[in-house]
Design a protein around this ligand. Structure first.
Ligand code: SME
Length: 348
């Protein structure tokens, strides 16, 4: 549906995008109240901030500008004039009012330098783009891939503390927040219709696993629940973990769901030992065609094995799923199972 990557020369061919709606420059308390009243009636806002560039190490500047934009109205808050009043902090703390940006962490950290608030309802395009198969992260590239347009970055390092801002600066600032709004809109439009039932099931499992593991400190308990979740949702033939254990190191059976299985698997042996050795997910459409496959059960016809890495990127276990049918697993399974396995990182 979207290309994964885009080269600079391809982007250079695209037409420029700029915000065509109303730009409201906000610099007084009165204007802020009025703007906030309008903004809080919306459901999705493009979000960005601009900070005066720092050319040497040392103290970071506070953001000079906060932009909140819909498709036809963009508000530019001159924070150096208005401060960061509670009406704005409220908008940025509302769970039910979506604020969409790119790499928003830095913007939020910057805003917290004015006054602390509880950020809620934020969506980072960098996170969700991945779900649509987009590998690029920069707003410029996301704009090119999702909207087929080019944004100019010529004003990026201008003096955002200047007052009033030049027309070019105001347009740049409004456009940045606006494109976030538009990219989100397009992704959401494509999102649901493109999602297969299987993808939705994986999203549910991922959500549930994330919730179950949030406060879990015991590895075995977490593995037991993840095995159960996957088995329950997909009714796979066998789902379980093998953990790297002992001296010499080998894979030892851990929590699983399904019929009894082999308990010890040496390094490089079988699909599990090979996934450990190669430190990568292996999809086996037909186990009979995998040299060295270890048949724990005669019913197993296809298989996927996903390594579980610790924070130092060392393989500490593998997640193994067997199916009693051929060709059960593909890159969708790989993508979600890898996400699920990443949840274990903090348990080592
Ligand atoms: N088939 C695996 C062994 C584990 S069982 O399938 C549960 C392998 O070849 O590594």
């Amino acid at each position: 549906m979207f290309v994964s990557k885009i080269e600079k020369n391809e982007m250079d061919q695209l037409p420029f995008i700029s915000f065509k709606g109303e730009i409201h420059r906000i610099s007084t308390k009165q204007q802020t109240l009025k703007a906030a009243a309008w903004l809080s009636q919306q459901s999705v806002l493009g979000f960005d901030t601009e900070t005066k560039p720092r050319f040497s190490a040392g103290k970071m500047f506070k953001p000079a500008l906060l932009q909140l934009s819909t498709k036809d109205r963009s508000y530019l808050f001159h924070l150096k004039k208005t401060g960061f009043p509670s009406v704005l902090r409220e908008i940025l703390s509302r769970k039910d009012l979506v604020k969409v940006g790119a790499a928003i962490r830095d913007d939020i950290v910057g805003l917290q330098r004015y006054d602390s608030f509880n950020p809620a309802g934020f969506v980072d395009l960098q996170d969700i783009a991945e779900d649509y198969g987009i590998a690029e992260k920069s707003l410029k590239k996301l704009t090119a891939i999702v909207l087929g347009k080019r944004i100019s970055k010529s004003q990026q390092i201008s003096n955002w503390e200047a007052y009033p801002l030049s027309t070019a600066q105001a347009m740049y600032a409004a456009t940045d927040a606006y494109v976030c709004h538009q990219i989100y809109h397009v992704l959401m439009e494509h999102g649901e219709e493109k999602k297969s039932p299987r993808q939705r099931m994986y999203e549910e499992v991922l959500e549930e696993a994330t919730r179950l593991m949030k406060d879990e400190t015991d590895l075995i308990a977490a593995m037991a629940n993840v095995s159960a979740l996957l088995k329950e949702k997909f009714n796979f033939w066998w789902v379980g973990f093998y953990r790297v254990q002992g001296k010499p190191k080998e894979l030892v059976l851990g929590p699983f769901q399904g019929p009894p299985a082999c308990t010890h698997i040496p390094y490089k042996r079988g699909v599990c030992g090979t996934a450990w050795e190669k430190q990568m997910t292996l999809i086996v459409p037909n186990v009979e065609e995998f040299p060295g496959h270890i048949a724990c059960s005669l019913y197993s016809r296809s298989e996927i094995v996903v390594p579980v890495f610790d924070a130092q990127q060392k393989v500490r276990a593998v997640l193994d799923i067997d199916s009693d049918r051929l060709n059960t697993f593909d890159t969708l399974d790989k993508k979600y199972l890898e996400k699920i396995c990443r949840l274990f990182k903090n348990l080592y």
